[in-house]
Design a protein around this ligand. Structure first.
Ligand code: PHE
Ligand code: NA
Length: 450
């Protein structure tokens, strides 16, 4: 397989793992995981979520890595290269569309996070605003201009990093900032568990209410969360895998990315839910959950403003490396497809995505009466379409492509599994378990089994 001219490779073995981890660990683990878990009843949801990661997520991560490294091209080009003239590239096109949609609202939420960071930097959130942290949050996100400004700033940074190039931008900062975020989340969860709501919080997260399993919507929510959090189903990991050389061992990389991402989510849960109950708040409060809970927690800690500052700073950094990977999916495609330079593609695509995100931001205030999917506002609707439908659908196709579109020996060799039991289990999961599970979740959520 020939390299495309001018394609970069990761500077080091660690570089790839760090970048994949940097893509995975982001707002999905803290902001999205906590509110989606909260809305879906806690422990039963968590159980399904983890089951999906093991049976569907990890096998598909492996498939994406394998496809990317073998094809050495972007999300769409990889399918065209490995299966010329076949319809598999639809998976890649779906992925590129998902990247546009997800980054459009990701930039909005990350803008909110950056705004909180700046407010902790200036000290203005170190003590509760006159009307409390909740109304501070609501008046900020419903403002017609301020959130757009912060979304613009965040997207500007994202564009800047991708503009400079893939390896320089990402490999460095993740190495330091991600472990720091991990340590901070652990410290905060220890503190949170020392508050009065520890028992209730733990029960919420770990003692399943089995009757919740009867509701088909929690399966779809768990599936979407698993794909979103693992950066899966849209070719982000194909794209990153394509900058990989043959030296790297894929199964170990896939397992570490999934484990780390899931640990971050669970620790974030241990940080949020005890505090939610200690503060007498509602876990089902929706996308504002972190923004309303955590400042109250920091307010309780002596010099908690420092923690607030670190928390929102490190979260901004984590969001940045995820946003970079989202933009990279689209940019890598346009560079190859239209022969654009990296710089041109980055600026054009990044700007389009910024504009695409404006309605999601305005949907909190001026356009809040617009409801698209059920009772969901614009942001939640786009999130729903991209995360719960496009990503699993893309994942389904990737699983089928790897499981059925490859000769078994080739798949086992190219994945570094070789002729091992684990390799055969992997192919079995890709061929049968993952596709059937995804289909069942889709069918049940459109009410087919009711
Ligand atoms: N996984 C990232 C997060 O948890 C979001 C993301 C989704 C990044 C899809 C890339 C692709 O924040
Ligand atoms: Na994640």
């Amino acid at each position: 397989m020939s390299l495309e001219p001018g394609r970069e490779q990761w500077a080091s073995r660690l570089g790839f793992i760090l970048a994949a981890m940097g893509s995975a660990v982001g707002l999905g683990n803290v902001w999205r995981f906590s509110y989606v878990t909260g809305e879906n009843g806690g422990a039963a949801f968590l159980l399904i979520y983890i089951t999906f990661i093991l049976l569907i997520g990890i096998p598909i991560i492996m498939a994406e890595f394998t496809i990317g490294r073998k094809a050495q091209s972007d999300a769409v080009g990889s399918f065209e290269k490995l299966a010329p003239g076949k319809p598999w590239k639809v998976a890649g096109l779906l992925g590129v569309s998902a990247a546009f949609l997800i980054l459009s609202f990701y930039g909005v939420i990350a803008g909110w996070i950056s705004y909180y960071f700046i407010n902790y930097l200036t000290g203005s959130l170190w003590s509760a605003p006159a009307d409390g942290y909740e109304s501070f949050f609501v008046s900020f996100i419903t403002d017609p201009v301020k959130p757009l400004f912060w979304q613009f700033i965040f997207m500007g940074f994202t564009i800047g990093i991708v503009y400079i190039g893939v390896k320089k931008g990402i490999e460095r900062s993740n190495k330091i900032l991600m472990p720091l975020l991990g340590v901070l989340l652990i410290l905060l969860s220890i503190y949170s568990l020392s508050l009065g709501g520890a028992q209730e919080g733990l029960a919420f997260l770990f003692t399943p209410d089995w009757s919740a399993l009867k509701d088909p919507s929690i399966y779809l929510a768990a599936l979407g969360q698993a794909f979103f959090s693992l950066s899966l189903g849209m070719g982000a990991l194909i794209t990153y895998g394509s900058y990989l050389s043959k030296r790297d061992r894929l199964p170990g990389a896939a397992a570490s990315v999934a484990t780390l991402d899931t640990l971050f989510a669970i620790i974030a849960g241990l940080m949020i839910f005890p505090a939610v109950f200690a503060l007498g708040m509602n876990p089902a409060d929706g996308p504002g959950l972190v923004f309303m809970v955590m400042p109250n927690v920091f307010d309780n800690i002596g010099f908690g403003g420092i923690f607030g500052l670190l928390f929102f700073f490190l979260l901004t950094a984590a969001a940045l490396s995820s946003a970079v990977s989202l933009l990279e999916v689209a940019v890598a495609y346009f560079i190859r497809k239209f022969d654009w330079s990296r710089k041109k593609a980055t600026v054009i695509i990044g700007s389009i995505i910024f504009v695409l995100g404006i309605p999601s931001s305005l949907g909190q205030g001026a356009l809040s009466n617009i409801r698209i999917i059920g009772d969901r506002d614009i942001l939640d609707s786009i999130d729903f379409i991209a995360s719960n439908i496009f990503l699993p659908l893309g994942g389904l196709m990737i699983a089928l492509f790897m499981g059925w579109g490859f000769k078994k020996v080739d798949a086992l060799r190219d994945s570094d599994f070789g002729d091992t039991a684990l390799g055969h289990i992997w192919l079995f999961l890709l061929r049968f378990v993952a596709p059937i599970a995804i289909l069942l979740v889709f069918l049940s959520s459109i009410g087919l089994f009711n």
